[in-house]
Design a protein. Structure first.
Length: 276
């Protein structure tokens, strides 16, 4: 009788341990399967050279960065593209998980979104027609027509300039960067604001007959926005941030920026205030 009881207890212990092991395995499998495997990125369709479509092919340094993030993390990256002023709409409506279009960190955006680790630090520059030698400082744009793309940080920066320099400027908003560029070519706009990398690319590749004003407006940190208070967004942000840190350390970001601009923007400049 005692032997039978001991045998029964042994069987119960074995099955209990097995069941426990199976539960742990099932829990681990469930946790693994619930981890995000895909990220949808809203990106520009005409934002040269950040993200644009040429002959049906999606190009730009953002595409290269996301391809590298995919390789680092195993995340499958899908893009939805549109004009800049539509991109945050994709994020807010849940049609995208983030926006990949050289988004500048600022206080207003940080109130609404969580951001990844910055992946670039790029000076903001005033861009004027190449024959305008009279514009050398921010204050020299007083009374001029200043254009910016809807949804970009340009309007905010123009307002800061006007306030700090105590000057009056005429602000005009355009629905896309291409419409802004065309208005500039036609002389309807005197001054534009671009990230220094984008301005250098467009000038060097003769997209614009222009020059950059010597004085920097500010240096902006570029990062990826994610919806606040959303578990999936938080997990994706962690994955993307980890990949960005690795890409900063192993030189992946430096290679991408050198390819597109001939210079590296991936490192935070020393002794320079980053605009918030």
């Amino acid at each position: 009788m005692k032997k039978a009881l001991l045998l029964l207890l042994s069987v119960c212990v074995i099955f209990g341990v097995t069941a426990c092991g199976n539960n742990e395995k099932n829990s681990a499998t469930q946790e693994k399967s619930s981890a995000p495997t895909e990220i949808i990125v809203a990106s520009g369709s005409s934002s040269v050279p950040n993200s644009y479509i040429e002959n049906g092919i999606h190009k730009g340094h953002e595409v290269d960065i996301w391809n590298a993030i995919s390789e680092k993390t195993g995340l499958k990256v899908k893009f939805v593209t549109g004009e800049f002023n539509t991109l945050f709409g994709y994020l807010d409506s849940g049609k995208a998980d983030t926006v990949g279009n050289a988004i500048t960190l600022n206080a207003k955006r940080k109130e609404k979104y969580d951001f990844s680790e910055p992946y670039a630090y790029i000076p903001e520059k005033l861009v004027v027609h190449s024959n305008r030698t009279d514009i050398k400082e921010l204050k020299d744009i007083a009374g001029m027509t200043c254009g910016f793309s809807s949804g970009s940080n340009g309007g905010n920066l123009f307002k800061q300039i006007a306030k700090v320099q105590d000057i009056k400027i005429n602000l005009v908003t355009f629905d896309s960067s291409e419409l802004l560029n065309e208005a500039f070519r036609q002389g309807k706009v005197d001054v534009m604001i671009f990230a220094g990398a984008e301005a250098a690319y467009k000038i060097n590749n003769k997209v614009l007959d222009a020059r950059m004003v010597e004085e920097d407006i500010a240096v902006g940190a570029k990062a990826y926005p994610f919806v606040k208070g959303n578990a999936k967004s938080e997990e994706l942000n962690k994955i993307v941030t980890k990949a960005i840190k690795e890409m900063q350390q192993d030189g992946t970001l430096e290679k991408i920026y050198s390819k597109w601009y001939g210079m590296d923007f991936s490192k935070k400049p020393a002794n320079t205030k980053i605009t918030d």
